[in-house]
Design a protein around this ligand. Structure first.
Ligand code: GUN
Length: 596
């Protein structure tokens, strides 16, 4: 069972539970040779990696006893995924072991994640061959689900044919299960065809449920991680750490460097501490390559935790964009990802914890920004202002201002991403004339501003619901900035300083409920949990029955029962598709009991 913990668009930190074992995603499963596990398995334990992948075909051919438990044999209590021999078939031709026997074998040795014998779609195969292969893969998936109770990995194939990738994903998920590796991408990785890999991943995701675990088979190169995880991959596996070491190649963030090419010094790594460049070059082959492989594994794992950190900070777009500029083919892949606007946009919140940093023209193509521009930019000639927040520096409140996002209403100048972004040629001014901003004539301007922000956020102006003269603003004494919106002496909205959007409370949830027709801004929960939710419990996705299609992660929503009775309100972690597809985990942070 997979659950979402944090997210940044399609990228997510999740937790997968298989039996009594857990995998924190995104993660890497290092490839461990079943008969030569050391010294790698010790490194895996040292680095606290919670899963590995090994090969059941090699085990079977090596006469490994089918009644011997793999966790005992390897002395590893983390998740063990086993692959099925398909990759060996791709490398060496027909391997003469069938689906059924490989499934039974993997099940009997106690593998946590059992992979079926999928048919590898080769990149030079015709459409017909690829189609036949993926249909066979589907039949084998069905067979596996009948003969084994194990947790199954059901690979998506489909070669380079985008529609077949979608189809294959749909077929595999119709079998059931939740773990879907994306197969047939190793030859593309080897050719640096990152752009095709991104296309394949996003097509596959289009055919899968949002709650599926997506594993990119053999995509273990750290330079590609930011983009892979941005595209919504949850797991990668890798033997690259050993393969590169065999060629004396050291993994760094921008790719690999050959030891023999290094003249200055070794890249920083605890594994190179106390060893000089000369000493490493002089070592015996085995000893040297072991050290390099350990570094490579270490570096790979560090890059995973770096990406997790970026997801938690909601900064992955900045990071991926910046990292994509280290290699033209990564930039090409990033551009390919941006062509999936319609798909990705649904997973993008209106604001993030991190500001938008401009790295190049692609920055304006990020789904969050593209959506903002499509919705908010207006035509005409307007004044340009390079100091932010713009309205603090324009003599009279203009209708709009020329910004890097196009001409945008000045009323949004403190709202994400307008204020929370940095473009060359602009800066955020700290020393502005607070006096001016607190003069009485600004009152009217600020009221119009909250009306506009409300409309941007909820789709209807606030004054269409409450007359302007009944609105009061509570402002910060120090900065003059709007804090709260009141009517009849009661707070209805709080303007978040972090992103310039409103948080709702019980009063405004009633307003939303009474003034917007079903299902706008609503999440409908099962009658079974209404009492708990009234008491302030968070809403878990498995109790959600319906939701507004327009809801994005991070939105303020009202929670209603199946008769549209208002129960609570809160902030979502998911869009509608995710709310209906995830079987586990929190979907809405409930604020009904929060102090306001
Ligand atoms: N390892 C790398 N690619 C693949 C694939 O397509 N299928 C399987 N089963 N294993 C792989």
């Amino acid at each position: 069972m997979f659950q979402l913990v944090h997210r940044d668009g399609l990228a997510r930190i999740g937790e997968l539970t298989v039996g009594k074992r857990k995998l924190k995603t995104p993660t890497i499963l290092p490839v461990i040779h079943p008969f030569k596990p050391e010294p790698w398995l010790s490194e895996v334990k040292k680095l606290k990696i919670d899963g590995i992948i090994t090969n059941s075909y090699i085990l079977k051919k090596g006469d490994y006893r089918k009644d011997r438990n793999l966790h005992d044999y390897l002395n590893f209590d983390g998740i063990i995924m086993t692959d099925s021999g398909t990759f060996q078939e791709h490398m060496y031709g027909d391997i003469e072991t069938g689906n059924r026997e490989m499934i039974e074998f993997q099940t009997s040795i106690g593998s946590d994640i059992v992979t079926i014998r999928d048919v590898f779609s080769e990149i030079d195969h015709s459409r017909e061959e690829v189609q036949r292969g993926m249909e066979t893969t589907y039949e084998r998936g069905k067979e596996a689900s009948l003969i084994s109770q194990s947790y199954l990995a059901l690979p998506v194939q489909g070669g380079l044919f985008p529609d077949l990738r979608v189809k294959s994903a749909e077929l595999m998920q119709s079998i059931g299960g939740e773990y879907y590796p994306i197969g047939g991408i190793v030859p593309l990785m080897e050719r640096y065809r990152y752009s095709d890999v991104i296309e394949i991943i996003l097509r596959s995701k289009q055919g899968l449920r949002s709650s599926s675990v997506v594993h990119a088979f053999g995509a273990g190169h750290p330079m590609f991680f930011p983009l892979l995880f941005l595209a919504g991959v949850d797991v990668v596996d890798s033997s690259a750490y050993i393969k590169y070491a065999r060629e004396d190649r050291i993994i760094v963030d921008t790719g690999t460097i050959e030891l023999k090419e290094i003249a200055e010094e070794l890249p920083p790594s605890p594994y190179f501490d106390g060893i000089s460049l000369g000493e490493l070059k002089q070592m015996k082959d085995d000893e040297r390559r072991d050290i390099i492989a350990k570094h490579n594994l270490y570096f790979t794992v560090k890059e995973i935790s770096k990406v997790r950190e970026e997801i938690r900070q909601e900064n992955l777009w900045n990071y991926a964009e910046y990292r994509s500029r280290s290699h033209p083919l990564l930039l090409e892949a990033y551009r390919r990802l941006l062509t999936f606007y319609d798909f990705i946009e649904k997973y993008e919140s209106k604001s993030k914890k991190s500001p938008v940093f401009y790295t190049g023209p692609e920055t304006l193509e990020r789904p969050l920004i593209k959506r903002f521009i499509a919705k908010e930019s207006v035509s005409g000639n307007f004044k340009k202002e390079i100091r932010k927040p713009y309205s603090y520096f324009l003599d009279k409140p203009e209708e709009a201002v020329e910004t890097p996002f196009g001409n945008i209403s000045l009323f949004l100048d403190e709202t994400y991403p307008v204020a929370q972004s940095l473009f060359p040629g602009e800066y955020y001014e700290k020393d502005f004339d607070i006096e001016k901003f607190t003069r009485p004539e600004w009152d009217r301007y600020l009221k119009l501003k909250i009306d506009y922000i409300f409309k941007y956020q909820f789709g209807k102006g606030l004054f269409e619901i409450i007359p302007m003269e009944n609105i009061e603003l509570l402002r910060s004494k120090n900065t003059g900035k709007i804090r709260n919106v009141l009517t009849n002496g009661q707070i209805i909205l709080s303007l978040r300083a972090s992103d310039g959007l409103f948080s709702i409370n019980l009063n405004s949830s009633r307003l939303l409920h009474d003034n917007f027709p079903y299902p706008s801004h609503r999440v409908v929960i099962d009658g079974e949990v209404t009492e708990f939710v009234k008491e302030g419990r968070n809403v878990f996705s498995k109790f959600i029955r319906d939701a507004d299609d327009g809801i994005r992660p991070g939105d303020e929503v009202i929670i209603v029962d199946e008769n549209d009775i208002l129960i609570a309100y809160g902030r979502t972690l998911m869009n509608k598709k995710e709310m209906l597809e995830f079987k586990q985990g929190m979907a809405i942070k409930n604020r009904i009991k929060s102090k306001e």
